[in-house]
Design a protein around this ligand. Structure first.
Ligand SMILES: [Zn+2]
Length: 109
């Protein structure tokens, strides 16, 4: 079963982590890495990176988001207050919008 483009998580979506170390954490999708089926989610799956001093910075340890598997991420529905699966609905004007499969709320404006 493959998910179509229209039911996918997108950039700027609010998501919840449903598995792994950061289970239960919520954040905004910063970037999708579709080739790897991964996403960068703000403040989730933080890793420490050591950086070398350069002309512009002193270097040291910075915290950065690491990509997380999309299979561990669900759309966070503001009405259900939970991670949900996405459905799709065709509007009268032909536009396709994503909906919450649980409460049927339209999620795209
Ligand atoms: Zn919902």
């Amino acid at each position: 079963m493959s998910s179509t483009q229209s039911t996918r998580i997108r950039r700027d979506d609010e998501v919840i982590i449903i598995a792994g170390r950061d289970k239960g954490a919520r954040g905004k999708v910063i970037r999708l890495i579709l080739a790897d089926s991964k996403a960068l989610v703000s403040k989730v799956n933080m890793v420490k990176r050591h950086t070398r001093p350069t002309q512009d910075s002193k270097g040291g340890i910075i915290e950065k988001e690491a990509p997380i598997a999309l299979s561990n991420v669900q759309y966070f529905c503001p009405s259900c207050k939970a991670g949900v699966r996405l459905g799709v609905k065709k509007l009268e004007d032909g536009r396709k919008v994503r909906t919450c499969k649980k409460c049927s709320e339209v999620l795209d404006r």
